[in-house]
Design a protein around this ligand. Structure first.
Ligand code: 5AD
Ligand code: FES
Length: 367
């Protein structure tokens, strides 16, 4: 299939007509079916620590947010979550946290080793910008994947909303390349509708996903958090109103769909942030626009509200078993099924060759 050009991506990002957008989602859904099939993979999310040394201007976990009560899960609590992931039939656990220096490399490595020894789960880490030797240790402990969204490919905007910790540290794009070189499946992604984010930069984000050949791509709406400089309005990156990307659902669906078309075999989640701005059917609509993964929360209920990246997060009260049941129901209602096994990107490689080719039907469909 012909590759999307930047101009085509831009036209789609600015498209308003619902009939045209329905065609885009249909095309993305067909590419999804052809490239990664009808399985929807469940990744259990364990939010292991809300401590963070960084000052990201958009994120509720930023160190300067004193309004937030912080927690760090114990090793036993984390292992319990992993056991529960297996009981619920998930193929992967994702251990996520702020940049917490007290999560020492060896402590994490030991937990990874335990999970890999005692379960059949894939282990994904999402622990921020960590040192190369730490990433290497975790990989050799058995970690399979690493998530590190680059948030925006606009280097100027990124600098403003994401103050660096070490002036000479590698950027996130460099880190993603290093992760791949270490043998991880690497996941990037962006928020949609960050103040100061232009349509042009969003198109560049998709080209960047493709250039990095990312294995996983997470895309969710930016949601203002009042206890952050960006969310309170104290920080306002300059931009023409006509260039500002809105942080609405439709923009997220467009981004998911275009990303699926640009990166057919990537694992793309329908995110919790999307479910937060449309509680009724955000997740389902994401799955219909090209996504093939969901990430149910496994964190103990007492911690969930404290992991407040953005406010009013979906699924704060529900138990892990409730979310598992709810998501399976949603998946079946779409005529799809919950994936068995780990659902890594490598497993999709042979799929395209055994499914009928749908790409020719869509060659005509252009922006
Ligand atoms: N709104 C939406 N998503 C956010 N994230 C952080 N802050 C917000 C926010 N205010 C996302 C970032 C980060 C991921 C863990 O959560 O993309 O990488
Ligand atoms: Fe949590 Fe539906 S996924 S309640």
């Amino acid at each position: 299939m012909k590759e999307l050009t930047k101009l085509e991506i831009l036209k789609w990002l600015r498209e308003q007509r619902s009939s045209r957008l329905a065609e885009l989602y249909e095309r993305a859904d067909a590419v999804r079916k052809q490239s990664v099939g009808d399985a929807v993979h469940l990744r259990g999310l364990i939010e292991i620590s809300s401590h963070c040394v960084r000052q990201c201007m958009y994120c509720g976990l930023r160190q300067a947010n004193r309004a937030l009560q912080r927690y760090r899960m114990t090793r036993e609590e984390i292992l319990d979550c992993a056991r529960q992931a297996e009981r619920l039939g998930y193929g992967t656990v994702v251990m996520q946290a702020g940049e917490d220096d007290l999560l020492t490399a060896e402590w994490i490595a030991e937990i990874v080793r335990w999970i890999k020894r005692e379960t059949t789960l894939a282990v994904t880490l999402s622990l921020g910008e960590r040192r190369q030797d730490e990433l290497k240790l975790w990989r050799s402990a058995g970690a399979d994947r690493y998530l590190l969204r680059f948030e925006t490919s606009d280097a100027n905007l990124f600098r403003v909303i994401h103050p660096h910790r070490f002036a000479d540290g590698p950027g996130r794009l460099t880190l993603l390349r290093q992760l791949k070189a270490l043998g991880y499946e690497a996941g990037g992604g962006v928020m949609v509708g960050i103040p100061g984010q232009s349509f042009d930069s969003l198109a560049e984000d998709i080209l960047t996903f493709r250039a990095l050949d990312l294995d996983m791509i997470g895309i969710g709406p930016y949601i203002a958090h009042a206890d952050t400089p960006l969310g309170s309005g104290a920080l306002r990156p300059a931009i023409l109103p006509s260039e500002q990307v809105p942080s609405n659902e439709e923009m997220v669906y467009k981004m998911i769909a275009l990303t699926r078309i640009a990166c057919p075999t990537a694992n793309i989640p329908s995110t919790t942030a999307l479910a937060t701005i449309n509680r009724v059917d955000g997740r389902k609509l994401g799955l219909k626009a090209g996504a093939n993964v969901v990430m149910p929360n496994l964190s103990p209920t007492k911690y969930r509200r404290l992991y407040e990246i953005y406010p009013e997060k979906a699924c704060i009260e529900e138990s892990a078993a409730d979310c598992s049941q709810c998501l399976r129901g949603q998946i079946h209602s779409l005529g799809r099924f919950a994936g068995e096994g780990q659902g890594g990107r490598g497993e999709f490689e042979n799929l395209a060759s055994i499914l009928p080719d749908v790409s020719s039907r869509f060659v005509q469909l252009q922006a």
